[in-house]
Design a protein around this ligand. Sequence first.
Ligand code: BES
Ligand code: MN
Ligand code: ZN
Length: 485
Amino acid sequence: MEIKALKPAEMTADVIITGFFEDDKTLNDIQKFIDEKFNGAISKNILEIENFKGKFAETFALPVVDKKILAVGLGKKAEYNTDKIREIAAKTIKTAEKLSKTNSVAFNIQRAEGECGRTLGCNLALGTIIGEYDFDKYKSKKNENKIAKVEILTETPEAFADKMEKAKITGEAMNFTKDLIFEPAEYATPAKISEIATELAKENGLEIEVFGRDELKKMNFNAFLAVGQGSAQEPKFIHLKYIPENPKKKIAIIGKGITFDSGGLDIKPPASMLTMKTDMSGCACVLGVMKAISKLKPDVEVHALSALCENMPSGSSYKVGDVLIAKNGKTIEVDNTDAEGRLTLADALSYADELGVDEVIDVATLTGAVIVALGNTITGIMGNDDEFVKEIIADAKEAGETLWQMPILDDMQENLKSDIADMRNTGSRYAGASTAARFLQNFTNAKKWAHLDIAGTAFIDKSYKELSKGATAAMVRTLICHIIK
Ligand code: BES
Ligand code: MN
Ligand code: ZN
């Protein structure tokens, strides 16, 4: 999709999207220009029409000569804010698809109070890219009406360029992440995802290492390998590197990469297994982030890690009661084979320690408990440094995502007591998200470590704001924002 900012007089699109508040319909300068150009189409028609009130996301289309004006409601002025702009863009772009003959639109949407035009352009670009996404690879009938060209109307297009480019790169990274999550597990195996990551590295000038079973054995990734041992698919560990000259800090981002979570011998009931191809959403997230930063080139060194495997029941599966010696030497008694993510992350966290990074952030569809606590729109964040956690919460807000901190207390380790090993991999039924985080904490020595539990937010069953149902690319925006401030 081509997105650019231009002056109203240079517009070529055949659908012109323009915003109106419910309680203030004063025309802005661009609307005055449109109104004049099309003989009072706004002042004499749209503003007079009874059934267009300007309610949030309400639309009304008016044909004018060879174009269409698509009026969109912005709701009450006092309730309008910068986050709503992405939602407006994402929703109206779908309506515009059906109206445009040339697959092109122009946007004239009001700024929120205190918002600069550049942020507006950024939100419109991002909202449009997110809104246009759909995963139609396996549909025989594709959508032929997709918008290919977006023009953002402004009197100062030069000022928009750099920020809009960042928004575009972010949006495209999110779409890349979504594609990976939507893919069936039969396609997106550990080997296939490693290939995709290798291609990504080649295309974008990143370094990559991929380790297979034999190397992983030598490197003592025993907890990780145990999870993957019941599957016909070979586990793979990927390590992507973005290394700029003179980086101001060095960070690791780790994504949970279970390409299918059947639960293993503690097999899941059918309803719980339905979406388990998405249990690699953390991996898809960090790959999307790497794609974006390879283009945005920040002065931060970033290592993206993912331990990829399937959790399957078979004659070779790991069993309840097994004792695993994790990469860092700590022993774990397997209490439940469905608490597999934390075992794979444990070894990935130890590997990150060996890289000597300043910060470690893991992103994982880790617990059903976080969904019970926070639902499908809020990601849980836990960590070992409150200031660091606060910083990431602020980055998420800036990026348009919501994080909420949950506690980790030292005494939660009590829950994880095992009679025969250093710990077991599950605790009591309660405080499941925090207990899982406490487990992970045993495997990192990082001064700043944060754990983002995206089990509820990575894949949603109904649309929410600018997000359509299905894969959301949760935390891609937040991590990009954290790395590039
Ligand atoms: N992948 C699941 C968590 C999950 C649940 C992700 C729902 C997305 C939607 C994870 O591996 C899991 O099975 N967790 C168990 C842990 C339990 C056995 C301690 C859970 O939360 O039920
Ligand atoms: Mn599981
Ligand atoms: Zn899982």
